[in-house]
Design a protein around this ligand. Structure first.
Ligand code: RB5
Length: 150
């Protein structure tokens, strides 16, 4: 279990209802969900949404992030361009647990056109319940961080 309590949420237009459902789910569990929108069902570019959420995590304002678009793929790609971010698309609970335990991910992306609300909430719960194991995984994560430095 992580001690993080502040989680940034964002999405593009394809995932607004699922993002709102996740925000309500987190709030009901006592997490501080920092939902940075959008609120309108207007076309909203996923690179902007992913980068803004990622900057909240990279700056330390939020400890973790959950971002959504139609597939999760585009917004994940954008978030991973921000130094310090380790984000992957999760469409199952096993990956959501392992991406934290082994990869020390600080964000996950979910595809609102891929998974239903029930599974998405389980994915969120699995991610948040897990913690980085360190040990043999630590030098591998350090290698990822080193790649950002060129
Ligand atoms: C928007 O139509 C869609 O392309 C976007 O939500 C996402 O799936 C991109 O990766």
């Amino acid at each position: 279990m992580t001690d993080a309590r502040r989680i940034v949420l964002s999405s593009d237009h394809a995932a607004i209802p699922l993002r709102l459902a996740i925000a309500a789910h987190l709030a009901a569990q006592g997490w501080e969900a920092v939902d940075i929108g959008p609120t309108e069902a207007q076309s909203t570019p996923y690179p902007e949404r992913g980068a803004e959420a990622a900057r909240r995590v990279a700056s330390g304002d939020c400890q973790l992030g959950i971002i959504l678009c139609g597939t999760g793929q585009g917004i994940m790609m954008a978030a991973n361009k921000i130094p310090g971010i380790r984000c992957g698309v999760c469409s199952d609970t096993f990956s959501a647990r392992m991406i934290r335990q082994h990869n020390d991910a600080n964000m996950i992306a979910i595809g609102a056109r891929v998974v239903g609300e029930g599974l998405a909430l389980d994915i969120v719960d699995a991610f948040l319940a897990a913690a980085f194991e360190g040990g043999r995984h630590a030098p591998r994560v350090e290698m990822i961080k080193a790649l950002e430095k060129g």
